[in-house]
Design a protein around this ligand. Structure first.
Ligand SMILES: [Zn+2]
Length: 394
């Protein structure tokens, strides 16, 4: 029997039927590059094409009628992953075919090479990834440049806020159907998280809840199986005095009943140390987040400039709390495991929101750490070396 190779172009409309045939029981087509857009209202075809991202965003939209794709659970993840790969392949192909428009001949390395060796034919073809392509070195470099400019003009940022998505929020519960668990709906997690970050930024920047904002900067991280979280840096127009810090940041168990429940649910670190020797925060037997802390009557700055938040004693009328552990429960006071938080933001967003008064410009480096680390890489390729610099392959 003669064997033959079957090669499927990554933009083929039958790709999805071959990868996940359960998704297309009637052989429905997937995305291909020649689908025309239509005029809203008249449904007449126009001379513009539908992008892969618009096509799949439409397929994934939550609707009043049932959307079958969203009920595929684990298979939905596979579908999202494969289709994103298709979207990215489309973007890369566009970049490869439009290098002239991206003015590659202006890029500095090519100019240098031609200056040093006058024959351009020796330099192959330069394929460059522009800064508009998320995650590429030029894109990260641009963000780092922006951050350094903020630092130069505004000094050190005043607030460092970390917002982590709460998968038990009411928006998740309202949209899960047919007995789905939270891990079955990564599309919902992404969508709700995006809306919440936008709201949080509006509250901080336009609502000016902590005062007028001069500059702001945030990054979103989404590590492997962890929840999405956002690191936010805020430069305020006026500096914060010690007394003002207590008004916006607390590290104590609150007396307000509503806030108490939110803090105990979201802001208690650990248990670690003698209560749990397997806690991931432990480094050589000590908590890397430096718990338990000392009782402190007033907020003060340590010698290195880092803030030590007020943590008052129970005998001064402050609250204690009972935290459940695997088999036991333990009574904690203000020294134990309460991460600094903003009472206002916690009440508004009911999630883990760590708020800290910033003491150094190093925090800028922390939130842009992927500029230094580089992104995770798992793709390799073998091709002939013909003196060709190709940033897409790299
Ligand atoms: Zn710890």
């Amino acid at each position: 029997m003669r064997r033959r190779k079957i090669v499927i172009f990554s933009f083929s409309k039958i790709l999805i039927q071959l990868v996940i045939f359960l998704k297309c029981p009637r052989g429905e087509d997937g995305y291909t590059i020649n689908i025309n857009q239509v005029e809203p209202g008249t449904s007449n075809q126009i001379n513009k094409m539908v992008s892969a991202m618009s096509f799949y965003a439409y397929r994934l939209m939550v609707r009043s009628t049932e959307n079958r794709v969203l009920n595929y659970r684990q298979l939905l993840h596979q579908y999202l992953f494969d289709m994103y790969a298709k979207i990215e392949a489309g973007r890369l192909l566009f970049i490869r075919l439009n290098q002239k428009k991206l003015r590659v001949d202006e890029y500095i390395h090519l100019k240098d090479a031609i200056t040093n060796d006058s024959d351009p034919a020796n330099h192959g073809k330069l394929v460059i990834l522009p800064s508009t392509f998320s995650g590429c070195p030029r894109n990260m470099h641009e963000y780092a440049q922006d951050a350094i400019t903020y630092g130069r003009h505004g000094g050190k940022p005043l607030l460092f806020i970390t917002y982590t998505f709460n998968p038990n929020c009411k928006e998740m519960a309202q949209n899960q159907t047919n007995g789905q668990s939270k891990t079955d709906r990564h599309d919902l997690v992404a969508r709700i998280f995006r809306q919440k970050v936008k709201n949080l930024m509006n509250v901080l920047v336009k609502g000016q809840v902590f005062g007028s904002v001069k500059y702001w900067l945030y990054s979103i991280e989404w590590q492997k199986s962890g929840l999405p979280h956002s690191h936010i840096l805020i430069w305020l127009t006026n500096t914060l005095r010690l007394k003002q810090i207590d008004d916006i940041i607390s590290a104590e168990i609150p007396t307000d009943k509503n806030l108490y429940n939110i803090v105990i649910k979201n802001m208690v670190h650990g248990p670690c140390g003698a209560f749990n020797s397997l806690s991931p925060c432990l480094k050589e037997g000590n908590c890397s987040k430096m718990h338990p802390r000392q009782f402190i009557k007033e907020t003060q700055f340590a010698t290195d400039g880092s803030p030590l938040y007020r943590r008052r004693k129970p005998k001064d009328g402050r609250q204690t709390a009972t935290v459940k552990m695997k088999s036991d429960s333990v009574v904690i006071d203000n020294r134990w495991w309460i991460a600094p938080y903003s009472p206002l933001l916690l009440k508004m967003f009911d999630a883990h929101i760590n708020a800290e008064c910033c003491n150094s410009v190093k925090s800028i480096k922390y939130i842009l750490k992927y500029v230094h680390k580089g992104s995770d890489q798992g793709v390799f390729t073998a091709h002939s070396s013909n003196n060709c610099i190709d940033k897409i392959f790299e």
